[in-house]
Structure formats: structure tokens, C-alpha cells
Write a protein that binds this ligand. Structure first.
Ligand code: GDD
Ligand code: MN
Length: 398
């Protein structure tokens, strides 16, 4: 990583302090950039016009570009009346969210505003975000498209609008308490007090850094300010379909921070395995196979399906300590043991303990399910001490 101060002077600089007007404190604008060379000059120009006269500011770009964006920033910074820093990362760990966390770590001012580098977020709103935070004593102020007076005008096309709406609804349904009072948890434009930043607990994954912050370390008071999402000044969105899948993984990761929640997701994945299982059974018996071997084979299809989903969604970060065939073998063994053990267990419950068949079956189902979940977590995905963290490859942006 390279730190470069292109314009001398810090926020503590008396020359910068002199510009201070009504609002107390100062603000660092954290701007993540990936190949935004056609936008950064315009952005700095708009910041210059609307921020320093009302609030002393400094700008930190966290850049993962493969083009000349850092050079363009350096050149444009010469005309800026505030310090501009480019923090170029060699490895784009965590993508956009990872870049923002780097910026949060680097910032030293009382307030930090995170905004995009493509001019979709109007800098003229920055003083108002900070002023609202001061007035309401909030730790986090979200610029929202979905509160009265806000709009998503710049969101291109019906498809993007539907996806954004669906994602917002899903996130709010999964985290009703944490996201209360946040109408736009997908927003990439927000102000946060430095004292409310807990960079060490954040595990950013892709675009939704505000969601990460709100769910993992929500400040006690949160405020919102409406804003109109502008058109991109130049270039194209860097968001892809892959980013959509990453968002789903991010949601699952946030939702499964506790063992109880992990068990629930494990159960849901298991239930979804009925689909390939039954489809396989229909196909195999259709081909004329006897139903007993067909059952056994079809069950393996369900096991494979569950394994894939569990690997991709639930234990993605806990795989590094075993090879994939080792994990697959253990997983399949546990899944089949579940089936093999269930019938004898039912027999014991009925014959030895005099239970009726139905409750005995239900109890056996629940028991083997819990045993299977605990077994899978412990025997397949529990990292051996001191090894997993060292070997987990950091996730890169693209
Ligand atoms: N450092 C870094 N690394 N910056 C990145 C990366 C990355 O891997 N990917 C994207 N960026 C930067 C872009 O250069 C831009 O400045 C900003 O992050 C937003 O990227 P866009 O590609 O313009 O995103 P968008 O307009 O589709 O999405 C924005 O609006 C969404 C709401 O609809 C973002 O603000 C999202 O966070 C937000 O959810
Ligand atoms: Mn954008």
C-alpha cells in the first residue's frame, strides 16, 4: 500500500481551521475508486465548490484502479484548497467494502463521509449530513433515496431499480431491528462519527458496506437525510451479476453469526435438498431402476446439492484447513449416517421407551438433524487451531 500526500497540510493546520464556520469538528471524505479517471476531476471540483466554505475537509481516495486514476487525482489535487490523499492498494481485498474500511481506518477527523467517485452522490449534501449528525447526536447519518424528498433518479433502468428495491426489502426483512430507521441500507453515501467506527469487527464483502456497519456495529442513534441519486458523470457502473451473488453471501454471512442462526440456515439448505433428491428419484425410477438403489442414488444427489450450498453460503470462510475431497467425504459420511441411524433410533424410542411411532419419528428427525449439524460444524468446518486463519486466501475484488 502506498500513502501519498499530494497537498501538504493536515486538518489540524491553522490555515484549514480558519475556514471553519458553524459546524464543529471536521470531515474526511472517503472515496473508493476503481477506474474512475474520467470522474475524479469533476468530483474534486464539485467538492471544492460546496464543502470547504462550510466545513473544513480532507479527501482520502482508496483506489484499486488498473488505469491512471491515481495520476489524474494527483494532478487535479493541485487546484484543491484541502488535503487530498491517494491510498492505492496493490491487492483489492474485500472489493469496494474493503476499500471503504481502509479509508475509515486512515481518517483522523471527527466525522467521516463515505461517497462514490462517479458524482452520483452530491458533495453539496456533505455539510448537511454532518450538521444533522451533530444536531441529533447520531453516530451515523444515512443519505437515503427512499425517504421523503429523496429519489433514485440516477439508477439506470427498470432492472436495476427492481434489484435495488428487492435487495433493500430482503435486507430489512432479515434484520428488522438493526435496520430500523434506515430506509436505504444499500446506500453508499453516509456520514459516520469516528468514535462509532469499529473497523476491527467489520468483514466487508463487496458493495454493501453500510449494511455491514449497521448490522455488525450499529450506533445507538441513526439519522437520515434525503438525497437524489444523480446520473453517473462518466463511465459505467462497476457492479456486475457477480456482485449480486456476493451480496447474497454477504447477507448469509451477517445472518449466521450465531450457532442458532447457522443451524436454521443449515436446516433450510437441507430442506431445499428435497428438490434434487425427488427429481433424481423420478428420473431414475423412470429409467426403470428399482426404487431401493434409486432412493440411495437420489439421496446422494441431495447430499451433493446440500454440500455445494453449505460450502458456498454457510462455511465459505472455514474451508481452508481441509482439501475439498476431504470435506466432501466427511460431509457425505455424516449425511448418510443420519439416514442409517434414524431407523434404529426410532426402533429404540418405540420398543424401549414405548413412544408412539409418529412422535418417535419426529424426535428422531430432530435429533439426527441436530447431531448432523453439530457434527458437520465440528468435524468438517471447525478450523484446527492456528491453521485456518493463516491459510485463508483473502478475497479479492475481481
Ligand atoms: N476501491 C474500489 N475497489 N472502489 C470500487 C470498487 C473496488 O473494487 N468497485 C467499485 N468501486 C468504486 C467505484 O469506482 C465508484 O466510485 C464507487 O465504488 C461505486 O461504484 P459503482 O460501480 O458506481 O456502483 P453503483 O453506482 O452501481 O452502486 C452505487 O449505488 C448503489 C445503490 O444503488 C454504490 O454506492 C453502491 O454501494 C450502492 O449500493
Ligand atoms: Mn455509481
Amino acid at each position: 500500500m502506498t500513502y501519498e500526500h499530494t497537498v501538504p497540510g493536515e486538518l489540524g493546520d491553522p490555515a484549514v481551521r480558519a475556514a471553519e464556520v458553524a459546524e464543529p469538528g471536521a470531515v474526511t471524505l472517503v472515496v473508493p475508486t476503481f477506474n474512475e479517471s474520467a470522474n475524479v476531476r469533476q468530483l474534486l471540483h464539485r467538492i471544492t465548490e460546496s464543502v470547504p466554505s462550510r466545513l473544513p475537509c480532507e479527501v482520502v481516495f482508496v483506489d484499486d484502479s488498473t488505469d491512471d486514476t491515481p495520476d489524474v487525482i494527483r494532478a487535479a489535487a493541485q487546484d484543491c484548497p484541502f488535503p487530498v490523499t491517494v491510498l492505492h492498494r496493490e491487492q483489492p481485498v474485500g472489493g469496494l467494502g474493503g476499500a471503504v474500511v481502509e479509508g475509515l481506518r486512515a481518517a483522523a477527523s471527527e466525522w467521516i463521509v463515505v461517497m462514490d467517485g462517479d458524482c452520483q452522490h452530491p458533495p453539496s449534501l456533505v455539510p448537511e449530513l454532518v450538521a444533522t449528525g451533530e444536531r441529533t447526536n447520531a453516530g451515523l447519518v444515512v443519505a437515503s433515496r427512499y425517504t421523503e424528498g429523496g429519489s433514485r433518479a440516477g439508477l439506470a433502468g427498470g432492472y436495476r431499480i427492481a434489484v435495488s428495491r428487492g435487495a433493500t426489502w430482503l435486507a430489512k426483512a432479515l434484520f428488522p431491528r438493526r435496520l430500523r430507521g434506515i430506509s436505504d441500507p444499500m446506500s453508499g453515501f453516509f456520514a459516520i462519527r469516528r468514535s462509532a467506527v469499529t473497523a476491527e469487527v467489520l468483514k466487508p464483502l463487496g458493495y454493501k458496506i453500510l449494511l455491514e456497519l449497521a448490522v455488525r456495529s450499529r450506533p445507538r442513534t441513526v439519522a437520515e437525510v434525503p438525497f437524489v441519486f444523480q446520473d453517473r458523470f462518466a463511465g459505467e457502473s462497476k457492479s456486475t451479476a457477480k456482485e449480486g451473488f456476493r451480496f447474497l453471501r454477504h447477507l448469509v454471512g451477517l445472518r449466521t453469526a450465531t450457532p442458532a442462526a447457522r443451524m436454521a440456515v443449515f436446516g433450510l439448505i437441507g430442506a431445499s435438498g428435497f428438490v434434487p433428491n425427488l427429481a433424481g428419484l423420478a428420473a431414475l425410477t423412470g429409467l426403470g431402476l428399482h426404487y431401493v438403489p434409486a432412493e440411495i442414488l437420489a439421496n446422494q444427489l441431495g447430499v451433493a446439492w446440500n454440500f455445494l450450498l453449505v460450502e458456498q453460503l454457510l462455511f465459505r470462510e472455514r474451508r481452508a484447513h481441509r482439501r475439498w475431497w476431504d470435506r466432501a467425504g466427511r460431509f457425505a459420511l455424516l449425511a448418510n449416517a443420519d439416514l442409517v441411524l434414524r431407523i434404529p433410533l426410532i426402533a429404540v424410542l418405540v420398543d424401549r421407551f414405548g413412544m408412539a411411532v409418529l412422535p418417535a419419528t419426529a424426535l428422531a428427525l430432530v435429533t439426527t438433524f441436530v447431531v448432523r449439524f453439530v457434527g458437520t460444524e465440528a468435524l468438517v468446518y471447525l478450523p484446527r487451531r492456528g491453521t485456518a486463519a493463516d491459510r485463508t486466501a483473502p478475497e479479492t475484488a475481481r
